[in-house]
Design a protein around this ligand. Sequence first.
Ligand code: ACO
Length: 322
Amino acid sequence: MIYARISGTGSYLPENVMTNHDLEKIVETSDQWIRERTGIEQRHIAADGETTVDLAEKASRMAIESAGIDASEIDLIVLATSTPDKIFPSSACILQARLDIHGCPAFDIQAVCTGFVYALTVAEKFIKTGSARKALVVGAEVFSRILNWQDRGTCVLFGDGAGAVILEANEETGVLSTHIHADGKYENLLWVPHGIADGYDEVKQGKAYVEMKGNEVFKMAVNTLGRIVDETLDANHMKKSDIDWLVPHQANIRIITATAKKLKMSMDQVVVTVNKHGNTSAASVPLALDVAVRDGRIKRNELVLLEAFGGGFTWGSVLLRY
Ligand code: ACO
């Protein structure tokens, strides 16, 4: 049996930090409201000209180094983003050129905040079927570019960043199961309503911004994440108590706490970065994973549950032995 196992992780956050107090100067909000409703204290914002691929490249180089491989050994690149540098080529192809890798397949995945879970799922299938042996899987976003900075209901929630892993074929253990879902009927609860369909000017004139009915998304996220946890455990004939670490999508501390409660997990076993990173969409799960691997919390052979929920709606989970 061939498994896909994470052999290295990396992440990158832009230097510029925006605190809740900085946001008080931009929109009618307060540090207290943001902390109480979301758990967010600060987020990182890309500098002018700093792009998704810039962040992805830094995270990828770290992951490659921690896996102890040479970039030329990578035979698959999957990059999850909703904020690609260009309409085309894909950000994965731009990243491939930056890393001086030539010839292997490289493509983007668009599943908003579930993007990394989707990307990991796809890469795992390539490895399991023998189509790839060393995959670079990235989640990277500059969500700050698609925010309406006059809409306090959204602009306080998001941040920029990137996370990456190297996924390698391994005969012993690694990803145990993946579960991905979507239901497009909820499109207008969380979306960027404008795009190419309306004519390119809508995008160029900066009308293509995130819009969200936060309260409705919140309820859906809590219920759906509860179900995906059950689905994952059932598929692996495991008990809640078997899981060592929960690495959830970092949208809101209240959603994370609700999922941990459902799992009967202490918050000590939950990786939380939303306070420092905000919601970095597709980057949030690999960023949180890298933080917890590097600070020594997540150790080899521990059982880790990754989960996410996002626009689409999309949702999913990955259960892996790290
Ligand atoms: N500062 C101060 N007040 C605010 C702010 C703000 N930044 N934003 C909204 N408010 C006000 C509202 O106007 C409302 O006022 P009213 O009662 O006078 O009408 C009040 O606060 C409550 O608003 P709600 O939207 O009901 O607040 P809620 O408790 O639901 O929190 C939040 C909002 C944080 C957005 C929450 O709903 C949430 O986290 N939703 C889920 C987000 C998520 O999981 N997204 C999925 C992934 S994202 C992706 O895929 C791109």
